[in-house]
Every structure is written in structure tokens, then in C-alpha cells.
Design a protein around this ligand. Structure first.
Ligand code: ATP
Ligand code: MG
Length: 361
């Protein structure tokens, strides 16, 4: 990538995906100008309604354009009642994960000042951890090709050394960066089920090997069932939590519920060369078209994108813009902004205005 100038492939998708994408671009544009960074965006067709119109959910031309961009920003895709010919859901975002090898599903879980948290304990205001969901294997390995006969159905759990090493290294490096920013020691806790499945004992052994490369970061393990309890009892005690695909899928919804819900849950799917940034929520057909979707999750995802681009050499301006965007979202909610998903009356446009105002208009 050319320093200080990047190309972003934008896949708005369906439903509120298109609404939060538009809102996010309206904030990114002036933010980029302010920081003197070059962000060119190209919107690409894909998703359920594109499938309905053309019979193709994810045109190869869109995939290629996304693949050749510096980063991919995605809204949300899928729609009830629109399914592929084989009955499966339309999910180009899953194709991207598998085709681009995006093994690390990064889900930051952070209490935003002013946004109600689910727990009464005052320490809940300090919740700040990151789930790193392995996204290419685990229990999703046999996705779409599991064995189903008249009498049984079977799916395969796969854990590989190569992916576990990458996932572990990614998690330790993330903990190092967070430790530097937060001014405290980093801690990585693998979430597994090593007491029951040999595949997870293997995953744990590989994780422990990688841990020795990072003596400055604390490392540990926790069984997934105990973690489900702890995420409700003392989520503020955790830092970086790598885990298997299905466990991460479930725990990330639980985690989102701790800090204001899906409208506040950003995510990134990161591989060695590519990365997709998208809100953790779906297309929300129940509220689509009403102008009330909360774009905070996508704004925070866009901030993760800027930060990742900075880590790839795009320039310090990208890291500064990311930090400023996070701070602007925080300040907007701390200043009284209340979206409808948390019981307020502020719609998508009000969030854009409030965040833009924090960014200096
Ligand atoms: P998927 O099938 O991809 O999980 P979904 O359609 O089930 O998607 P979710 O994203 O899981 O939708 O969200 C569930 C509900 O939460 C939505 O139907 C909507 O009411 C609410 N919701 C989700 N995201 C937002 C948002 N950004 N703003 C406001 N409400 C939201
Ligand atoms: Mg859902």
C-alpha cells in the first residue's frame, strides 16, 4: 500500500447494513481530511437483495475488487426468506473469511461511558477485553459438507497446528499492544474444553508453546463453560481471549450483551494479508428502513480498520484518526446521546451528527 493513502472496498450489503455503512462513510470522510490521510472507497454489490435481482450473492468481480483493496469494510448481509438454491443462508462474509484465510475474528468488548451495562457491579464500567475467535476451522470446518443420512448427522471439529500458532501469536501481539496503550501487563487466556476433547488438549499444547515466545505477557487457560460463568460474574478480569470458532460465536453474543448489545459491538476478521471490518450485528430486518439503526458498532469497526492499516505501515495519521474516532464515539454517548436500542430516541442521523460534532464538525 502507498504510504498515507489506501483503498477501501466497501460492501454495504442488506438491511441496516447499508444504513450504518452510509453513516460510517459520512464520518470517515471528514475524519480522513482532518488527519491528512487518503481513503478512497469503492462500494461493491453483494448480498441477499443482489442475489434476488441477479442470482449471484457475491459476484466474482466484487470478490476480486475486495481482495485487491487494502482493507474491506462490510455492513451486514442476509435477509429472511432469501436463500440460495441449496437452502443455505446468503453469507458472502463467510466466503470472505474462508477464501481470504481470515483466521482471527477480533471482537473487542468495552463499556462505553454512558451506555448502560448489563451488570450492577460498578466494576462493569471498566469492562475492556477482546475475544479472538478462530474463524476458519474448529466446529465450522465441515460447514455445508457435514454428513447427514436418514439416521445420523455428523460434523467435524478441526484444529490445526498452523492456525493455532497464528491465532496464538496474533493474541499475544494484541495483548502487547493493549498493554502498551493501557499501561498494564497483558494477559492472554485460551478458552477451550481440553478436559473433554483431545482436539482442545492439542490446541492448548500448541498455545502453550507459543506462549513461551512472549515472556512479558501472562498466559493461562479457562474451560469454556467456566468462562461463560465468569463473563457474567467478573468480565473486567479478562484481557485477550482466543478461542475456537463455535465457542467464540456464542461467547461474543454473550459479551455484546454485557455492554449495550449488538449496536455497540465492532468486529474484525483478520488474516495474514487481508482483513474485513464489520459490525457484529446482522441486517436487523425488524428495524431496517426506519432510520433508527445504531451505527456505533460500525464506527468502532472502522476505527479498528484505521488502526490495522496503521499497523501495516499506512502511517501514523491512521492510528491517530482511529484513536480520535473511538474518543469521539465515547464522548458522544458520554454527552447524552441515546440510541433506540438502549431505550433512547436518537436515530442513525443523530449519531452521525453527534460524532461529527465531537470531531470538530
Ligand atoms: P444475524 O442473522 O446475522 O445474526 P439478525 O438479523 O439476527 O442477524 P442481529 O444483528 O443478530 O440480527 O440483531 C438482532 C436484533 O438486534 C435486531 O433484529 C435488531 O432489533 C437489534 N439490532 C441489531 N443491531 C442493531 C443496531 N445496529 N441498531 C439497533 N438495533 C440493532
Ligand atoms: Mg442474530
Amino acid at each position: 500500500m502507498a504510504s498515507n493513502s489506501v483503498r477501501i472496498a466497501v460492501l454495504p450489503g442488506d438491511g441496516i447494513g447499508t444504513e450504518v455503512t452510509e453513516a460510517t462513510l459520512a464520518v470517515l470522510d471528514p475524519l480522513a481530511r482532518r488527519h491528512g490521510i487518503g481513503l478512497s472507497t469503492e462500494a461493491l454489490p453483494a448480498g441477499a437483495f443482489h442475489y434476488q435481482a441477479t442470482g449471484d450473492a457475491f459476484p466474482e468481480a466484487s470478490f476480486r475488487a475486495a481482495e485487491s483493496a487494502d482493507a474491506i469494510l462490510l455492513g451486514a448481509m442476509g435477509w429472511p426468506g432469501i436463500r440460495q438454491a441449496d437452502g443455505t443462508e446468503i453469507a458472502p462474509q463467510l466466503d470472505l473469511r474462508f477464501r481470504l484465510g481470515l483466521y482471527a475474528g477480533v471482537r473487542p468488548v468495552r463499556a462505553i461511558p454512558g451506555v448502560p451495562v448489563a451488570l450492577a457491579d460498578p466494576r462493569a464500567a471498566t469492562i475492556d477485553f477482546v475475544l479472538v475467535r478462530e474463524s476458519t476451522e474448529g466446529l465450522f470446518h465441515s460447514r455445508g459438507k457435514g454428513l447427514v443420512t436418514q439416521d445420523l448427522a455428523e460434523e467435524t471439529l478441526r484444529i490445526t497446528r498452523a492456525t493455532t500458532e497464528k491465532l496464538s501469536r496474533f493474541s499475544f501481539r494484541l495483548a502487547e499492544r493493549r498493554a502498551a496503550r493501557l499501561g498494564r501487563a497483558g494477559r492472554v487466556t485460551l478458552v477451550d474444553k481440553a478436559n473433554v476433547f483431545r482436539a482442545f488438549a492439542f490446541m492448548r499444547a500448541v498455545f502453550d508453546e507459543v506462549a513461551t515466545e512472549f515472556p512479558g505477557v501472562e498466559s493461562g487457560h479457562h474451560y469454556v463453560d467456566a468462562m461463560a460463568l465468569d463473563l457474567v460474574r467478573r468480565p473486567w478480569a479478562y484481557d485477550v481471549l482466543p478461542t475456537e470458532n463455535m465457542f467464540g460465536d456464542i461467547l461474543s453474543d454473550l459479551a455484546a450483551g454485557l455492554v449495550g448489545g449488538m449496536g455497540f459491538s465492532p468486529s474484525a476478521d483478520i488474516g495474514d494479508e487481508h482483513a474485513v471490518f464489520q459490525p457484529a450485528h446482522g441486517t436487523a430486518p425488524d428495524i431496517a428502513g426506519q432510520g433508527i439503526a445504531n451505527p456505533a458498532a460500525m464506527l468502532l469497526s472502522a476505527s479498528m480498520m484505521l488502526d490495522w492499516l496503521a499497523s501495516r505501515g499506512a502511517g501514523q495519521g491512521f492510528a491517530d484518526a482511529a484513536a480520535e474516532l473511538d474518543a469521539a464515539v465515547d464522548a458522544a454517548f458520554a454527552g447524552g446521546l441515546r440510541t433506540t436500542d438502549i431505550g433512547g430516541g436518537d436515530g442513525t442521523a443523530a449519531v452521525v451528527r453527534a460524532v461529527q460534532a465531537q470531531l470538530g464538525g
